[in-house]
Ligand binder design. Structure first.
Ligand code: PEP
Ligand code: MN
Length: 337
């Protein structure tokens, strides 16, 4: 439930409510608005509790959260959350472009990519160091060596980076290097991983699972929020359908749907969403038009020789032309690049 305090509620009144909620076994989450404090109380429904709280001093009203995802819901917070990574803000006016290769392969590749995508307008670099590959025989990533390359290149080019973490035991390690953690589609329901990520103070991009409903996806976000990490950015990356002409079916309806159901910012990955280079441009334009807060695009200096996902990767001039291609749409919907 949500407890909306009066504009003039005192610290003592708030402390009293916190004490009672703790006594009743609720998890407590504060949201400080400009005028008033809102308390999210998460726990099992028990009769009479809402009425008791409503009668307490300083309480304006108590509202039940009907959705199963509580902290992620619009009911809990009606305004889109801004997730900040230094000066980069997800969920604000600016449309954020994240670009880089599927996997970190070597320093030269990352160096060339970082400078080029930044020059073209990307605000964040991507690159996988731990790769969750479908085949155990495929390139698995450079692991810690990859994290070191990312950090070095990111510092030199002055662009923050996101990288995936696949192992709950390595969350702290990856968080030492990365500006943003990524949970990949295959790990969206790795609840132990989600809880660990919820305990670090790092923004996280949570990709939608290959066969996850929107509700399951928001419940996954709830795992992270419930541990106290509120810096969650959702990423639609396509779902599995009967269609085989594309790698996945990019569900763009998820963007406005999620925005109606949740306050979390949402970005779109048309690279994994389609698996085809020639579809990345059109689907990028569409994603912006439906209101995505950003895009994640796979870019490689030489896609033909990429160790993973070459067919869906843009080359560097390709990314530059994508930036030109999306500019009028960004402007038309009143956002900035
Ligand atoms: C990725 O972004 O590197 C990736 C593996 O994507 P997904 O988890 O969406 O398949
Ligand atoms: Mn990839």
């Amino acid at each position: 439930m949500i407890i909306v305090m009066n504009a003039g509620a005192s610290e003592n009144q708030i402390a009293h409510i916190r004490e009672k909620l703790e006594e009743w076994g609720f998890g407590i989450h504060f949201s400080q608005g400009v005028e008033r404090t809102i308390i999210g109380a998460i726990g099992q429904k028990r009769s009479g509790v809402m009425e008791s709280i409503e009668a307490m001093d300083g309480v304006e009203r108590v509202v039940p959260i009907l959705q199963p995802f509580k902290l992620a819901s619009r009911e809990f917070k009606n305004k889109t959350s801004e997730v900040k990574v230094g000066e980069v803000v997800f969920g604000g006016e600016e449309l954020i472009l994240i670009a880089g290769p599927c996997a970190v392969e070597n320093e030269a590749q990352m160096h060339e990519t970082a400078y080029a995508v930044k020059k073209a307008g990307a605000k964040m670099l991507r690159g996988g160091a731990f790769k969750p590959r479908t085949s155990p025989y495929a390139f698995q990533g450079l692991e810690v060596e990859g994290l070191k390359i990312l950090r070095k290149v990111s510092n030199a080019a002055q662009i923050p980076f996101v990288t995936e973490v696949v192992n709950p035991m390595e969350v702290e390690l990856v968080a030492e290097y990365a500006d943003v953690l990524q949970v990949g589609a295959r790990n969206m329901q790795n609840f132990i991983l989600l809880k660990e990520i919820g305990r670090v103070n790092k923004p996280v991009i949570l990709k939608r699972g290959l066969a996850a409903t929107i509700e399951e996806w928001l419940m996954a976000a709830e795992y992270i929020l419930n541990e106290g990490n509120y810096q969650v950015i959702l990423c639609e990356r396509g779902i599995r359908t009967y269609e085989t002409a594309t790698r996945n079916t990019l569900d763009l309806s998820a963007v406005p749907l999620v925005q109606r159901m949740s306050h979390l910012p949402i970005i779109v990955d048309p690279s994994h969403g389609t698996g085809k280079r020639h579809l990345v441009g059109p689907l990028s334009r569409a994603a912006i038009a439906v209101g995505a807060d950003g895009l994640m695009i796979e870019v490689h200096p030489d896609p033909e020789s990429a160790l993973s996902d070459g067919p869906q990767s843009l080359n560097l001039p390709g990314f530059e032309s994508l930036m030109r291609e999306i500019a009028p749409i960004v402007q038309a919907i009143g956002r900035k690049l």
